[in-house]
Ligand binder design. Structure first.
Ligand code: AMP
Length: 191
């Protein structure tokens, strides 16, 4: 299955993607994880992305589009993949459409994990306090504020983008973790 998980920072995309990877056998592709690995490794992309990520802004589209295009070609994506954190804006979504067309692949579904802004801040504060090795560079109040603005201005329009294509599903991300997983499995069964 080829899926996109959409949702604001702190919606639980990473947690749910890891569970779906296990339950559905599709490879989780998190651009945030890949970029953090590049920052840690000190690669050219990592050096370019470090400050942008710490401020909660978006890394240039061509960088993430190229990372995802290469990654989808890897053998572990042949049985399906789950995009977590990509696309992040309409330009990336259009680039993804083009890329999938060229690779003769088609998305099965896009699932929005809907969560009100009010509870995201406390969730991210909790994640920051529980992250082994210390919080992420962007799990702080200033950066989070920016990430939410970026989400609403640039990423949320993707909800209509995929609704218009007839492949959008939505689950209530404010339920507990197990319940959200059950909802995801239910909506994916209904395809
Ligand atoms: P995430 O782990 O998905 O919350 O992403 C952390 C940060 O990585 C974001 O705030 C961006 O700076 C960067 N990032 C991750 N995915 C993308 C993307 N698809 N496009 C641009 N920047 C991204």
């Amino acid at each position: 299955m080829k899926l996109i998980l959409l949702g604001p920072p702190g919606a639980g995309k990473g947690t749910q993607a890891a569970r779906l990877e296990e339950n559905l056998g599709c490879t989780q592709l998190s651009t945030g994880d890949m970029l953090r690995a590049a920052v840690t490794a000190g690669t050219e992309i990592g050096l370019q992305a470090k400050g942008i990520m710490a401020r909660g802004e978006l890394v240039p589209d061509e960088v993430v589009v190229s990372i995802i295009s290469d990654r989808i070609d890897e053998p572990d994506c042949a049985s399906g993949f789950l995009l977590d954190g990509f696309p992040r804006n309409v330009a990336q979504a259009e680039a993804l459409d083009l890329m999938l067309g060229e690779k003769n692949l088609q998305l099965d579904a896009v699932v929005e994990i809907a969560v009100d802004d009010g509870i995201l801040v406390s969730r991210i504060e909790k994640r920051a306090s529980e992250t082994a090795g210390g919080p992420r560079d962007d799990d702080n109040a200033e950066s989070l504020k920016n990430r939410l603005v970026v989400y609403h201005e640039q990423t949320a329009p993707l909800i209509d983008y995929y609704k218009n294509k007839g492949i959008l599903k939505s689950v209530n991300g404010m339920a507990d973790i197990d319940n959200v997983t059950t909802q995801l499995e239910e909506v994916l069964k209904q395809r």
